[in-house]
Design a binder for this molecule. Structure first.
Ligand SMILES: Nc1ncnc2c1ncn2[C@@H]1O[C@H](COP(=O)(O)OP(=O)(O)OP(=O)(O)O)[C@@H](O)[C@H]1O
Ligand SMILES: [Mg+2]
Length: 304
């Protein structure tokens, strides 16, 4: 068994940040910008082969936003999220989180990360998994227990706190991972397809729960998904990416009123936005063979 901590535990945290409950509401002016990605490019070289995974990526995210990244497999969504989370360095360009370089923000434990697989420790109970980041930063035992208990209540797992991860369903494990990512009250939550392995009904329920948690905590979320309905339902903005090299081709604001619930999924505006995202994704793919002037025209059509 590896002694290394998974990235989502090691980087989760808080740096004297405001409590989660006020993180969104207290930010103003320049403080409102949580993420600034500028001119990011990423090349991977293996042997003699080079893959240009990201090119000219610019993205700003403000406090309290819920931003989804969507695009075909291999377009660089995970790479971009990992660069924002300082798990991978960009080949060019810069990333600021909370007004400082990403590696500084990671050191200061400014964000939490949730991956597709929950990465819980099987030999620890759910409660002790959620307490782990607090142990790492040396929080006193009593406070640790109190904060873990609040987070488990938030994700509705209080009755399962003494269970082990393998005694929970996939969705419950993912909720425990979300509780752990939030326990140090990060201002930014990075999520890479956290519900990708779940069936449609469970995924919709998890989407409802995630929105409830997001609304209660005021945290900022960057969320990677393959699901158009999921992106539209959750987001303040949907960022459309195209592959090879991965670029942002369009950003679609989602003006559905909040709070959102099952009824939201049946409104005409929801269907319109799902269609708009789908068409933008098709446009992104169509751009690939286009070159020169044709590519510029395609980019213009996509609003970039
Ligand atoms: N560690 C790595 N080494 C080499 N190439 C990599 C590495 N990570 C990603 N890539 C390449 O970068 C490109 C983007 O990969 P990435 O995982 O970011 O895509 P993605 O949009 O998250 O795809 P998916 O939707 O399938 O998860 C791909 O061509 C991939 O092969
Ligand atoms: Mg990915």
């Amino acid at each position: 068994m590896s002694a290394r901590l998974p990235a989502d535990v090691g980087s989760v945290g808080v740096s004297g940040a405001s409590p989660v409950a006020s993180a969104g509401s207290s930010a103003s002016g320049a403080d409102r910008q949580i993420v600034a990605v500028r001119g990011v490019q990423k090349r991977f070289s293996i042997g003699g082969d080079t893959t240009l995974a990201l090119e000219e990526v610019d993205l700003r995210v403000e406090a309290g936003e819920f931003v989804s990244l969507i695009g075909p497999s291999g377009c660089g969504k995970s790479t971009l999220l990992r660069i924002i989370g300082d798990l991978t360095a960009p080949s060019a360009g810069s990333v600021e989180v909370n007004g400082k370089p990403a590696h500084r923000a990671r050191h200061d434990r400014d964000y939490g990360i949730v991956f597709q697989a929950p990465v819980l420790f099987d030999w620890r109970t759910i409660d002790s998994n959620v307490q782990l980041p607090l142990e790492i930063v040396g929080t006193p035992r009593r406070e640790r227990a109190q904060r873990a208990s609040e987070m488990l209540a938030l994700v509705e797992l209080s009755d399962f706190r003494r269970h082990h991860p393998w005694q929970l369903s996939g969705g419950m494990q993912q909720r425990a991972a979300i509780a752990r990512a939030l326990v140090l009250e990060p201002r930014l939550l990075l999520m890479d397809e956290p519900f990708g392995a779940l069936d449609e009904m469970t995924r919709e329920r998890m989407n409802d729960e995630l929105l409830r948690i997001w609304e209660r905590t005021g945290t900022t979320v960057i969320f990677v998904t393959h699901s158009i309905p999921e992106a539209v339902f959750l987001s303040s903005r949907v960022v459309i990416m195209s592959p090879r090299p991965g670029r942002i081709t369009r950003i679609i604001p989602i003006d559905l009123p909040r709070p959102r619930d099952d009824a939201t999924r049946e409104t005409p505006r929801y269907f319109e936005l799902v269609t708009e995202v789908r068409e933008a994704l098709r446009g992104g793919e169509l751009r690939q063979p286009a070159q020169g002037k044709a590519a510029d025209e395609a980019a213009g059509r996509l609003g970039t």
